[in-house]
Design a protein around this ligand. Structure first.
Ligand code: AP5
Length: 217
């Protein structure tokens, strides 16, 4: 199974990827998570990426493409993968196509998470994440059973720096101008599956699993 999760910030890409890898043994590759890990560790990549992320802008294509070139060559990708948050520009999509050809890999589908901007703002302003294991919660829609601690590992829950309303609005603008053109790009290649991501998490997961690649695993 080789899937791309495409959609605006807060559409549920990370939530669904975490649910899906409980059922199928594939790598979950989130460019946002890799970048945040680098920011936390203070690497050169993290220092460079932080100013773009805090402003709600995209990290430059050359940085992301090189990062993904290295990631896709790791052993765990041979079982398949979910790309969560990559590609995000046409240049990234073209680079990915080239990389996959070189690795002799084919995409099964691109899942488009469709949701309104207002739902995004509501979801992201209430999102909390675990500092320790990365689990994702929402103060209203999916609260931790342990209050301010993670119900899985007990870690501290925190709010991302880019989940403030003004940064969320900027991220949405960036999505509509730079990432939405990928809908046409993958539509032309016959790879697109649109999912109504405004429904409950379980309903969204069912739609993804009911597709041909979900049944075959
Ligand atoms: P990244 O971390 O990828 O952020 P994003 O794409 O903006 O997506 P999010 O993680 O915010 O949302 P999500 O769709 O995963 O939603 P989630 O499941 O958490 O990127 C961050 C930054 O890194 C970018 O701004 C950029 O600077 C940089 N970057 C990353 N990749 C890059 C690239 N390729 N090129 C350049 N720069 C890049 O859900 C959100 C909330 O909603 C949660 O609280 C969840 O509990 C709740 N929720 C989820 N589903 C439902 C549901 N069905 N019903 C109710 N609530 C729900």
């Amino acid at each position: 199974m080789r899937l791309i999760f495409l959609g605006p910030p807060g559409s549920g890409k990370g939530t669904q990827a975490a649910k899906l890898i409980e059922k199928v043994q594939v790598a979950h590759i989130s460019t946002g998570d890799i970048l945040r890990e680098n920011v936390k560790m203070g690497t050169a990549l993290g220092v460079k990426a932080k100013e773009f992320m805090d402003a709600g802008k995209l990290v430059p294509d050359d940085v992301i493409i090189e990062m993904m070139r290295q990631r896709l060559q790791k052993d765990d990708c041979s079982r398949g993968f979910i790309l969560d948050g990559f590609p995000r520009t046409v240049a990234q999509a073209e680079a990915l196509e080239k990389m996959l050809n070189e690795l002799d890999m084919k995409l099964d589908a691109v899942i488009l998470f469709k949701v309104s901007d207002e739902v995004v703002v509501e979801r992201l302003s209430g999102r909390r994440g675990c500092r320790q294991c990365g689990a994702i919660y929402h103060i209203r829609f999916n609260p931790s059973l342990r209050g301010d601690s993670c119900q899985i590992c007990g870690g501290e829950l925190y709010q991302r720096d880019d989940d403030r309303e003004e940064v969320i609005r900027k991220r949405l603008d960036v999505y509509h101008s730079q990432t939405a053109p990928l809908v046409g790009y993958y539509g032309e290649r016959g790879l697109l599956l649109e999912v109504d991501a405004g429904r409950s998490s379980d309903e969204v997961l069912k739609t993804i699993l009911d597709a041909p690649w979900g049944r075959s695993e």
